[in-house]
Each structure stands twice: as C-alpha cells, then as structure tokens.
Design a protein around this ligand. Structure first.
Ligand code: HEC
Ligand code: HEC
Length: 278
C-alpha cells in the first residue's frame, strides 16, 4: 500500500516539478515552429499554384497583342481604362467582350468614339486591318470572349432561302425587310446593312452592339449565320427594286401610305376639275 502511495506521490511530484514545466514549454515552442513552417509552406504553395494573381498585373502577351496594347494605350485608355476595365461615365469594361466586338467596333470606325453620344456612329475607320487585328488580339488575350472565324468570305456555304427566313424572323424588326435600317427608341437606330462586310455581320451577331441582341452560336449556329450573311450579301444588296421607286424599303405600310396620298390628291384634283367644268 505504502509503496503504491509513494510511487503515486513521486509521479505527481514529477508532473508538478520543473522538468514537466520545461517539457511543456518545449512542446509549445515546437508547435509554434511547426505552425510557422506550415504557414510558410502554404504561402509558398499558393504563390506557385496561383499564377493568376501575377498574370493580372502583368499578362504575358504575344507579339500581336503587345502591339495592340501599345495602340490601346494611346487611343483607348481615356475611355476604357488602363487594363480595359472601363471608366465610369466614359466607356464600358472590355473584359470578356472578345476579339469579335473589337473587330466590329474598330473595323466599322465606331471606335475610337469621337465624343459621347447616344450611339457610336459608323465612320471611316482610323486603323488599318492589321492594327484592328492587333487591338482585337490584345482584348482577346486580356479577357477572352467570342471570336469571328478565319477568312473574308463567310457565306460560301450559305443557303440564301434559309437565310431569308432567318433574317425575317431575327433581324427585320430592327433592320427592316430590305436591310435599310430604322429608328429605335431614345434617339437610337438600327443602321443600314449595306456597308457591312461578311466579317462585320458575323461580329455584330456575336457581340450584339448597343440594343442589338447577341446571337450566340447556340441560338444561331455558324451554318445559319452563313445563311443569313449569304442572304444579306447576295439578295438584299443586289435587289434591283423592280417596282421602281423603293420608298426607303420600309415595307407595306409606306407603300400603302404612298398610294393613299397619291390617290387622295388625285381625287381632290379630279373633283375640283369636275366642279370647275360645270
Ligand atoms: C471617347 C470615349 C471612347 C474612346 C476613345 C474609345 N471608346 Fe470604345 N466605347 C466607348 C463607349 C461610350 C462605348 C459604348 C458605346 C456603344 O455601345 O455604342 C464603347 C464601346 C466599345 C466596345 C464594345 C464593348 C462591348 O460591350 O461589346 C469596344 C470593343 C470598344 N469600345 C473598343 C474601343 C477601342 C479598341 C478603342 C480604341 C481604339 C476605343 N473603344 C476607344 C467609348 C470610347
Ligand atoms: C433589337 C434590334 C436589332 C435586331 C433584332 C438586330 N439588330 Fe443588328 N443592329 C441593331 C443596332 C441598334 C445596331 C447598331 C449598333 C451600334 O451602332 O453600335 C445594329 C448593327 C448591326 C450591324 C452593323 C451595321 C454596320 O454599321 O455596318 C449589322 C451587320 C447587324 N446589326 C446585323 C444584324 C443581323 C444579321 C441581325 C439578325 C440576326 C440583327 N442585326 C438583328 C439592332 C438590331
């Protein structure tokens, strides 16, 4: 019994004594060192495996994109910001709009915008095709987004009849049946499609400028886009107006109005003429 109690007391004394305290302190120190090591390891792993953080500050650009960035820094930063993130009240962010949007905006001369207005106008383009491609490449590498397929002729395999049907369903409510364009609300308008190239029509569908909806490839497939472009390029632009005067190609209501006005005037003069004779 006594020997048992002695042993227990001795154990307690050892637990309470200095050697125990020292080992607890050592254990704490060891834990702190391990924690520090773990933190450093985690930090190191993060910097190694999260290169996106560095890429945003300093994206590795290809040659064409670097040329594009140089042009961008001169002509576009004032409105679109240093990394194309947009400037409040001047221009929207271009992150994710893709090469298609740049090709459309710069290729039709809408950008660089000359002044703030309801809608950027088509005007003589400021940049060569080469420079436009470089600007587009820069925005593409910065944020990704839709791209127009290669080639100048994008309607080779297009079916004109199918394109006409798609055009009347998807485009004519804004661009009119003859593609001549028309007014929208708030001083905006859908422009004439006559000056547009294959690539610009394709880019317009992919990027949906202003009030125009985006027609992504899941809504209108690339084959259907070729059909629509074929219809615009080969039918709308070559229509010969067999009836003579085209009345702005606004469709049946203008024709009805014209016939009505001409008819009324003719009737009034006829009745005046009859009254004058009698
Ligand atoms: C004076 C200001 C201004 C300048 C300079 C300017 N932009 Fe813009 N940009 C705008 C505004 C405002 C819009 C939106 C207008 C609109 O949609 O009609 C816009 C729209 C765009 C869009 C369409 C974005 C989208 O959502 O699809 C692109 C692409 C673009 N700009 C590229 C450029 C490029 C490239 C340059 C330089 C060559 C440039 N812009 C210079 C003001 C400017
Ligand atoms: C809700 C109205 C609306 C619909 C629907 C619409 N668009 Fe547009 N479209 C516009 C507007 C608005 C613009 C002018 C955008 C700008 O100036 O920034 C435009 C511009 C364009 C342009 C550029 C013309 C130029 O200046 O060279 C083309 C090409 C075009 N649209 C093709 C189409 C096609 C093809 C369809 C059908 C698949 C279509 N649009 C459907 C409103 C519309």
């Amino acid at each position: 019994m006594t020997s048992d109690n002695d042993r227990r007391r001795g154990l307690l004394a050892r637990l309470r004594g200095r050697p125990v305290a020292r080992s607890r302190g050592r254990r704490r120190l060891g834990a702190a060192v391990r924690l520090l090591a773990a933190l450093m390891l985690a930090g190191g792993a993060y910097t190694v495996f999260a290169p996106g953080v560095q890429a945003q500050d300093n994206p590795p650009l290809t040659g064409a994109a670097a040329e594009g960035k140089a042009l961008f820094d001169v002509s576009c930063v004032t409105c679109h910001g240093r990394n194309a993130q947009g400037v409040e009240g001047r221009g929207p962010s271009l992150i994710g709009v893709g090469a298609a949007s740049v090709e459309f905006q710069v290729g039709t001369g809408r950008m660089p915008m000359a002044r703030q207005e309801a809608q950027a106008q088509r005007k003589p383009e400021l940049f060569t095709d080469e420079q436009t491609r470089q600007l587009a490449q820069y925005i593409q590498e910065l944020g990704g987004g839709p791209v127009v397929p290669e080639g100048a002729n994008l309607h080779e395999d297009g079916n004109i009849a199918a394109g006409g049907e798609l055009f009347r369903i998807n485009c004519s409510q804004c661009h009119a049946f003859g593609g001549g364009g028309g007014a929208l609300s708030s001083g905006k308008y859908a422009p004439s499609l006559r000056p547009a190239t294959d690539r610009q029509i394709y880019a317009a569908m992919l990027s949906g400028p202003q009030n125009m909806p985006v027609f992504g490839d899941n809504q209108i497939t690339p084959e259907q886009k070729a059909d629509i472009i074929a219809y615009i390029q080969q039918t709308l632009k070559h229509d010969q107006d067999p009836g003579g005067f085209n009345l702005g190609r606004y469709g049946p209501s203008t024709e009805g109005l014209a016939i009505f006005l001409v008819g009324i005037v003719a009737l009034v003069f006829t009745s005046l003429w009859i009254a004058g004779k009698s």
